[in-house]
Write a protein that binds this ligand. Structure first.
Ligand code: KG4
Ligand code: ZN
Length: 348
């Protein structure tokens, strides 16, 4: 496919986990910035809450139920017709196999019916490019911190499709640590936002948790020990108040993330840091990173708050950037697969 010289309407579809996200993004003509025309997300949190986590089979079935109504909704909001769509982007991985298949099958069939290309997108590429959708956007190259329920990674982003892994968690992701600790404190699922809110009323240093790997000198993380340390404190006879424990937990995670980001900036010599993924919505993390950036002389960029968690806009946008860069889309042979496990650094 040649580099786009006329605007193209891209329908983006995200179904990797427990959010069904649909979006319409229109590319700009001849490399100009495009426009996010509409996006809509249906969260399955209420459905999974009773089980304390995502139930994959329920997730897949719900995606199937939501895909058509949400597609109609974004077309209506954007004032476009399905026949105007020029390409369909969907999350090919990583994620839950059944959930990915629901989105991929829908995207591929619709593309086939419309006679337009279908493009499989890496979920984390969507996240880390999403700050480019903001009015204040970074320029390549930059460092990206991906902090979600499934990933904690620092990447060097040279350009679209060129990602180098600088370091990642050896065990639990930061969001997973938030969710597991929130569960120990009886805050429900997913507990990240509730734990963060409780921490705001807590006092600092009323109890002590470790700052795992903060002085390791590399860009690796480890968060699995934190929940065990929280459990140990909860079992003590003179156990701390929940809000003070929440405060200490958030301080521990934030201090580690900020220290590693600062080290990544120092090691790469780059001056822009992009923060993406669900935990990137965390207030305390943003405040501490902004302070560190001001002190150390680098700039921090975040996606718009509604685009921090999973959404279809980031998938449509990543595909649009790839199309604008002249990506070739192989003709469909009607066979497709998804990649529940997929290394971001393997992209080109
Ligand atoms: O990126 P995301 O929507 O889904 C994936 O994991 O891909 O991230 C969800 C994660 C959950 O672990 C959730 O608890 C966490 O992000 N999260 C937060 C906040 N908002 C979402 N963690 C801490 N503070 C928040 N404000
Ligand atoms: Zn995500």
């Amino acid at each position: 496919m040649p580099i786009l010289d006329a605007p193209m309407l891209v329908l983006g579809i995200e179904t990797s986990c427990d959010e069904t996200g649909l979006a319409l993004y229109e590319t700009g003509a001849a490399g100009l910035p495009g426009t996010l025309l509409a996006h809509a997300v249906h969260s399955q949190i209420a459905m999974h809450e009773a089980y304390g986590g995502v139930v994959p089979e329920l997730a897949s079935r719900d995606h199937i139920r939501r895909l058509v109504p949400l597609s109609r909704q974004v077309l209506e909001r954007a004032g476009r017709r399905i026949a105007d769509v020029g390409a369909i982007a969907y999350t090919e991985g990583p994620g839950l196999a059944g959930a990915l298949l629901a989105g991929a099958a829908f995207a591929r069939s619709l593309a086939q019916a419309l006679g337009v290309p279908a493009i499989g997108i890496h979920h984390l590429e969507g996240h880390l490019l999403s700050p480019l959708l903001s009015a204040r956007a970074p320029r390549f190259p930059f460092v990206a911190l991906l902090v979600s329920g499934g990933h904690t990674q620092l990447m060097r982003v040279e350009q679209v499709g060129r990602y180098e892994l600088l370091g990642e968690t050896q065990d639990d992701a930061a969001g997973e640590a938030f969710d597991k600790t929130a569960q120990l404190l009886g805050l429900g699922y997913p507990g990240g936002p509730a734990l963060s809110a409780l921490a705001e009323s807590g006092k600092p240093k009323r109890c002590r948790l470790p700052r795992p790997m903060i002085a390791s000198g590399d860009l690796e993380f480890s968060f699995s020990g934190l929940k065990t340390a929280v459990l140990t404190l909860l079992k003590k006879e003179t156990r701390p108040e929940k809000k003070d424990l929440a405060r200490e937990f958030v301080d521990a995670v934030v201090e580690v993330l900020v220290a590693k980001c600062a080290l990544a900036m120092q090691k790469t010599g780059l001056t822009q840091l992009v923060v993406a993924g669900g935990v990137g919505a965390n207030k305390q993390l943003r405040a501490a990173l902004n302070a560190k950036a001001a002190e150390s002389g680098f700039a921090v960029f975040y996606p718009e708050p509604e685009l921090c968690t999973d959404n279809g806009a980031m998938i449509a946008f990543a595909a649009a950037l790839r199309l604008q860069a002249g990506a070739t889309v192989p003709a469909s042979d009607h066979a497709f697969s998804v990649r529940p496990r997929w290394d971001l650094a393997s992209l080109s």
